[in-house]
Structure formats: C-alpha cells, structure tokens
Design a protein around this ligand. Structure first.
Ligand code: SAH
Length: 534
C-alpha cells in the first residue's frame, strides 16, 4: 500500500531545500504526501537550532504527535536537520517516541532509515562528527552534500527554486550555532551548480535563488582558475528561459567590487542584497567576533549605494547580546535610522550551547530589556521601510507573480473549509491542500481574479488583483500605494481591476522573532498549474 509522508519545516532556506530533497527521494520510492498528520505513515520535523524558540516549537510539536504515535505505533516520527545534529541522543531522551534522528549532513540516508524502522529495526540516530571530532577533512566528509534530483512538485512554487552553492560555515560568529550543526564550509563545483540550474529551467523554473550560509564567500579553484560568486552569476545569467537570479546570505567583508558590478551589470540578477550587519556598535561587533567594524560596513554600503542606487539592502540584527549597554543599543538604532535598509530581521539574543558566547560571555541582558529593544528597533525599521517604499508610488515595476496574497490564501482556505478556521482546525497549509483536493475546479480556474502577490527586481513585495493564470509570469504593475512591508498596484495592461488600498498587515520581513517558518505544502496546493498559455 502507498505510504504517506507529512513534513513540517522550520528555519532557513537551507531547510526548505533539504525538505524538498528528502521528499523527492521518498517520492521516487513511491511515497505520497499526506494532507494531515492523521493520514500519514511518517511525520517528519525538519528543525532549526539557531534560537531556543525554534527548538521549543519542535519539542511542543513532538508532544502533540505523541498521542498519534500511541494510537498508531507503526507511525514513523522523525526529527531531521540542525536540532538533530545539535541534540543527538537528547532528542530521544526528551521524546522517546521519536524513531529517527538525522542530522543535516546525513539526509541522504533517510529513505533507507525509514525502511529499516518500518521493517522493525528500532530507532535510528545518524549524525555527522562534531567540529572537534576529527581532522577538518574527516569532519567535512561526515557532512555529505545532499543535492540529488529535484522534485518541482515539492517546491513552494514550481517556478522558483533554491540552489545550494555551499554547505556549512567557517565564520564562527560568537553567537551562532550554524558552523557546529552544518559543519565545515564546502563549495559545490560551478559545473554542478550550472547543470542543476539547467535542469530546473527545463522543468519550468524561472527564478533561482542561490543559497549558502555566506554565499558571497563562494570560492572554487580548479585547473588554475578560481571561481567566485560573481563568476557563478555570470554563468547562470546566460541560461535561456531563466528570468531572475537571487542569492542569500552575504557576509559584509566579502561584498567585493566584482560582485557589486555583477549585480549591477547582469540583466537577470536581482538588485537585492541581504547583508546582515548584526549590530551598530564596534564593541559589540568585536564581542560577536563578526570580523568587521561598523566603519567597514558603511564603506561597503557606500559602494553599493553609489553603483546600484536602487538596490534593496536588507539586514539581520541581534538585540540584547551579552553585555549590550543602552549606548551600544543606541548605535544599532542609529544605524537603522541612517542606512536605509529595505527591511531587517530582528532577533533577541538566544544563547546557544557550543558557541563561544555561550561558553565565555554571560547572557546578562534581562528578557524585558531584550523585548523593549526589539520593539524599539522594529519601530525604527518600520519607519525606514515605509520611507523607502513611498517613492515607488507612481512608478511601473516588473513583478514576478508568485501566487495568492496571504489575505486571499486565507480566504480561499476558509471558503472551501466551510469557515472552519478555528484554532484546533487544520493549519493554513493543511486547509490549502484540502481546498485543492475538495474543490479543484474552484481553486484552479485560470481566469478567476484574486489578490496575487509577487516581487520586483529589488525585492519589493507587490499585491494586485489579477487572474490566476498570471502566476509564474512577469507582469508590469503600476504602483498606487505603499506600506512599510509591501506595495499595491494595478496590472499595467488593464487585465485586472484596481486593487483595494487596504494593505495587508506587516506580513513579511518585519523582524519576527521566531524567524521565518515554512511548511512544505502537499503538491499542487492553492496554486494553478503552469499550463500552456499560463
Ligand atoms: N548564515 C546564515 C544563517 C544565520 S542564522 C545567515 O547569515 O543568514 C540567521 C540570523 O539569525 C543571523 O543573521 C542572526 O541575526 C540570527 N542569529 C543567529 N544566531 C543567533 C542567536 N544565538 N540568537 C539570536 N539570533 C541569532
């Protein structure tokens, strides 16, 4: 009988990609996606360790799935990804009903491990070596790059894809667990990346986002030549059928001129640079071991602004890092007031076992102070974001249409679900999956006009009313209104009616403390298929 998988993904883009690949591997073995955990034969959590909050969420989810596991002992419960690598045996100590614990460097083993568990082999733990567990080579080998065939049905949208340039990280910022859970930095060969991009484009993918922990530190040497990120971008820019190329996340010191010029000169590369500053004070940057001072960051920003005036620059910030004084925090506020970031993700410091800050610097800023600083910085960023968006009113922008706006996604799910949006009801994603299964005609009518959303070349979110068949297309939109987190407008060729100007609330990029949370939807969730003439 066909086995069904439910997978929930938290954390960064790397995790979204890892989940896609795990699903692809299981689907090749005949697995299908479950619409709810109740109909699943396996429930996986692909986890994040970057802050305590992300881990707490998974342990609560494990608590909830326990009842189901008690009722159906054959259900395979798996904890994948960074928390598996960090907590290892601790996962099963806290949740003994978990069958599989698999670190990010061992995900290629998941299909075999699930088969073992189903065959009665008992629980399995597969993780990579610790960063002190052997030679660099041995540790690197224990984190195997996992980039097999892709499964367009499992991407957030079929026309957008992440492609990994590197795994791991060697920066060792004092606060950050990533180098410990994702292992040493290892680049993929340019020809491998190009071949993967080619396959994706052949499958209908129009936007590729290159991902690495510090993507602009990319370096690959072979045959007397060294490839940097700018070279990769040039290579991908030549791919027919591809419309847009993005890349995240950038390390400030590696924002070299050749990269800035590639962004400026290559027509498909988005004018969008996520370059986390983390803090505005030299003393704190030094305690964070970030490897630059604020003057260097500003010099980098100056070069970007001078050469690509329209570029959207975005940042991450940590408030309440060890020993942060009022004056030091003020330096971060000042930076946000002057730098013109399009948006920032703002996080309260969360001590992470294994990191240098955890071992050597006390987490001495009270939670109340962290909260207050978070609020103050978010207010400052909101003001800056609105100011940055206002000049777009009255301009025409090319938008890659991504799908339903958050507002209409909720409405569609409610409409099909008979209004059952209660707290104990299905999640939005479950409801969306059900919506397609129960009423495919309603959801997939290509001429239905709904509120859609997409992004400009400089990463601004735009909402507008338009027929569903425009999803996955580039359209010109006349911008009529601006909020802090999005723009609203009309499709320029008159296809759509004017949009109501009540903008959705800060749906994105507002600096949510939990970090982005994604859930991979069942295939063909509330989005129309990319048919001919789409
Ligand atoms: N290398 C990737 C992933 C880092 S995690 C990147 O640079 O995007 C993403 C963000 O989480 C970081 O930029 C930082 O702002 C935040 N972060 C990392 N560790 C943290 C911690 N211990 N507490 C709070 N925020 C943290």
């Amino acid at each position: 009988m066909t086995k069904r998988l439910w997978i929930e993904t938290v954390g960064c883009q790397m995790n979204v990609l890892d989940s896609e690949l795990v699903v692809a591997a299981l689907r090749r073995q005949g697995w299908e996606m479950a619409r709810t955990t109740a109909e699943a034969d396996a429930v996986f959590y692909n986890t994040c360790s970057v802050r305590q909050h992300a881990e707490d969420k998974i342990y609560s989810a494990l608590g909830r799935i326990r009842q189901e596991k008690l009722a159906r002992p054959d259900l395979v419960v798996g904890v994948l990804g960074c928390m598996a690598q960090k907590d290892q045996e601790l996962v099963r100590k806290r949740a003994p009903w978990v069958d599989l614990v698999v670190g990010p460097g061992q995900l290629h083993r998941v299909p075999g491990l699930v088969a073992d568990v189903l065959a009665g082999g008992g629980p399995r733990l597969e993780v990579s070596l610790d960063r002190t567990g052997g030679s660099r080579d041995a540790i690197a080998r224990s984190f195997e790059s996992y980039d097999p065939d892709r499964d367009p049905g499992m991407r957030p949208t079929p026309f957008q894809a992440f492609v990994r340039t590197q795994t791991g990280c060697d920066k060792f910022c004092a606060f950050c667990v990533v180098p410990h859970v994702r292992g040493p930095e290892q680049a993929r060969a340019p020809e491998t990346i190009l071949a993967e991009a080619r396959r994706l484009v052949a499958e209908g993918c129009r936007e590729i986002t290159l991902i690495g922990q510090t993507v602009n530190s990319y370096r690959w040497s072979a045959g007397g030549r060294t490839w940097r990120l700018a070279d990769l971008l040039a290579l991908l820019d030549g791919l027919d059928g591809l419309d847009r190329i993005r890349f995240v996340t950038n390390y400030p010191r590696d924002m070299t001129d050749d990269l800035i010029h590639a962004v400026r000169d290559l027509p498909k590369v988005a004018h969008y640079l996520h370059v986390p500053a983390q803090h505005g004070s030299d003393a704190v940057l030094t305690r964070m071991k970030r490897g630059y001072l604020i003057g260097e960051y500003m010099e980098m920003l100056g070069r970007v602004r001078e050469r690509i005036p329209e570029a959207a620059v975005t940042s991450d910030f940590i408030v309440g890092f060890c020993g942060e004084t009022d004056a030091e925090f003020q330096a971060t506020l000042d930076l946000v007031h002057t730098a013109g970031f399009k948006n920032s993700f703002i996080f309260k410091y969360s001590p992470r076992p294994g990191t240098k800050a955890f071992d050597r610097q006390p987490d001495d800023v009270p939670e109340e102070v962290k909260k207050e600083r978070h609020r103050l910085l978010l207010d400052a960023q909101t003001e800056a974001s609105l100011a940055g968006n206002l000049p777009f009113i009255g301009t025409r922008r090319q938008v890659l249409v991504e799908g339903l706006s958050a507002r209409d996604e909720r409405r569609e799910a409610r409409a099909v679900d008979g209004g059952a949006g209660a707290a104990d009801g299905p999640t939005a994603t479950e409801a969306a999956g059900k919506a397609v299964a129960d009423a495919p005609d309603r959801v997939m009518q290509p001429d239905r006009v709904l509120q859609l959303t997409g992004r400009t070349m400089c990463d601004r979110i735009v909402v507008f009313d338009a027929p569903l068949r425009l999803v996955g297309r580039l359209v010109d939109v006349d911008i009529k209104a601006a909020g802090a987190w999005s723009l609203a407008g009309d499709v320029a060729d008159g296809l759509a009616d004017a949009v109501p100007l009540d903008l959705p609330a800060a749906a994105e990029g507002g600096g949510c403390d939990a970090g982005p949370v994604y859930q991979i939807a069942p295939p063909a969730a509330v989005r129309p298929p990319l048919g001919p003439g789409a």
